[in-house]
Design a protein around this ligand. Structure first.
Ligand code: BDR
Ligand code: CA
Length: 301
């Protein structure tokens, strides 16, 4: 399975990259980054560090967009820390040159259609669609995107998940493009959590990758306790790679979907509407199966 991952690391993003890097079924052709949980510079550094720790420094990481299509840039330091990876140690980020066209370039180099996983705001993919929708459609055979929510409460405002909220115009462009998208949103992801005790156990690991990820997750647990009195953390992004590794992990339903471009409290709300775009939406996850997959990274889980 040839895969490209577009990501804004981000604590759950680095766990997901580690899982992808440790999964021999995946031919991880490239990682591209975006702003989101932190700045493009920080997110790019974080992606490189986790791939190095996971023993895959060979996977190319290229910076993409540094801001939404039209909205101002807002990152999420309260959720992921100012570095994007909580308490995990990182060197200062180096300056990067944003390449908003990076996905289109990568796709045009592919000899056969690939699977695209998006774990952050959808700006890179939207830019590619706006530039050459035909090429994008011919080169992406499947798109699994962590964004959105149907019935589940939002995590950024009452209605929206962070990735749809950060760049709703990009989410709108992607939904309308008619790609084979599966929306892996909060309805499924909120069901997959790691407990505080599990994270504490991981922190005692001798494996440098695991202890580094545990330092990131420790911050994430503190955020969830403050924010919603959860004694653990929601590892949203990991379900996308989980579904690739174990098809049927997610239960989905076909929905006509639209994203709200409101300036106010409905900004980024993904909702069912007649006339919306047909999209498979994840509504449940097999939690024990996902946990088993994650043991590829966290042997002690
Ligand atoms: C999404 O937003 C970010 O906080 C996470 O990395 C995830 O991709 C959840 O709404
Ligand atoms: Ca993310």
């Amino acid at each position: 399975m040839r895969v490209i991952i577009d990501t804004d690391p981000g604590i759950d993003d680095v766990v997901t990259l580690a899982l992808a890097a440790k999964s021999p079924e995946l031919d991880l052709a490239a990682v591209i980054t975006t702003y989101g949980n932190s700045t493009l510079e920080n997110c790019t550094r974080n992606a490189r560090i986790v791939l190095e720790l996971a023993g895959r420094p060979d996977i190319p990481v290229s910076p993409g967009s540094d801001r939404p299509l039209s909205r101002p840039l807002i990152t999420a330091p309260e959720t992921h820390g100012t570095s994007g990876v909580g308490y995990a140690q990182v060197p200062p980020a180096e300056p990067v040159t944003p390449q908003p066209e990076v996905l289109l370039e990568l796709l045009s180099q592919q000899s056969a259609p690939v699977i695209l996983i998006t774990l952050g705001p959808l700006t890179n993919l939207a830019r590619a669609v706006l530039r050459d929708a035909k090429l994008v459609k011919s080169k992406i055979r499947r798109h699994l995107g962590m964004f959105g929510n149907l019935r589940e409460r939002g995590n950024t405002n009452r209605w929206a998940d962070f990735n749809a909220w950060a760049d709703p115009e990009a989410a709108d462009t992607v939904l309308k493009a008619g790609l084979p998208t599966t929306m892996v949103g909060l309805d499924a992801t909120r069901r997959f959590t790691l407990s505080r005790t599990e994270v504490e156990r991981l922190a005692r690991s001798q494996d440098p990758l695991v202890s580094w990820l545990a330092e990131a997750l420790r911050f994430y647990v503190e955020f969830h306790r403050r924010q919603e009195r959860l004694d653990g953390c929601v590892v949203n992004d990991v379900l996308t790679v989980g579904e690739l590794l174990s098809p049927g992990l997610l239960r989905t339903k076909r929905v006509l979907l639209e994203v709200d471009l409101d300036e106010g409290e409905h900004r980024g709300h993904t909702k069912e509407r007649d006339g919306g775009s047909p999209v498979d939406v994840a509504i449940d996850v097999d939690v024990p199966r996902m946990k088993t997959l994650l043991r590829r990274v966290f042997a002690d889980l």
